[in-house]
Design a protein around this ligand. Structure first.
Ligand code: AMP
Length: 116
C-alpha cells in the first residue's frame, strides 16, 4: 500500500514508481531525470527524506559527502570526461519542485553561465 506521506523519491527508492537507475546503495540512489535538460541528466537522492538543503543538520555531513562521491562515480561511468554541472535547487526561488533533497548532475554539453 502506498503511504500518502512518502515523497516521490521515496516511492522511487522503494520500487513503487519505476526509474532508470544508475546506482543504488544503502544511503542513496541515482537515476536518470525524467525530463532531461542535457544529454546526461541524473539525480542523486539520499534515501533519507530530507526536504531541502536548508534542512541539513550536522548529522548529515557524511551523507552529503557520499552523494558527491556517488555523483563523481556515476558521471565517470556516463562518460562525462569534459565535466558536468552539479546543482541543488533549494526552495521556491530556485524552483525546487520535489521536496526531497536531490543533487542534479548535468553533462554532455557546454553549460551556460550565469544559470537562468
Ligand atoms: P527540482 O525542480 O530541483 O525539484 O528537480 C526535480 C526533478 O525531478 C526534475 O528535474 C524532474 O524532471 C525530476 N523528476 C520528477 N519526477 C521524476 C520521475 N518520476 N523520475 C525521474 N525524474 C523525475
Amino acid at each position: 500500500m502506498t503511504s500518502p506521506s512518502k515523497t516521490l523519491f521515496e516511492r522511487i527508492a522503494d520500487g513503487e514508481i519505476p526509474a532508470d537507475f544508475l546506482h543504488k546503495d544503502d544511503l542513496c540512489i541515482a537515476f536518470r531525470d525524467i525530463n532531461p535538460q542535457a544529454p546526461v541528466h541524473f539525480l542523486v537522492v539520499p534515501r533519507k527524506p530530507i526536504p531541502t538543503l536548508d534542512d541539513l543538520t550536522v548529522e548529515d555531513q557524511n551523507l552529503v559527502g557520499h552523494l558527491f562521491l556517488v555523483a563523481q562515480k556515476v558521471a565517470a561511468a556516463e562518460g562525462l570526461t569534459r565535466g558536468y554541472r552539479a546543482v541543488f535547487n533549494c526552495r521556491e526561488d530556485a524552483f525546487q519542485t520535489v521536496p526531497h533533497l536531490h543533487l542534479h548532475i548535468l553533462g554532455g554539453r557546454k553549460m551556460g553561465w550565469p544559470p537562468g
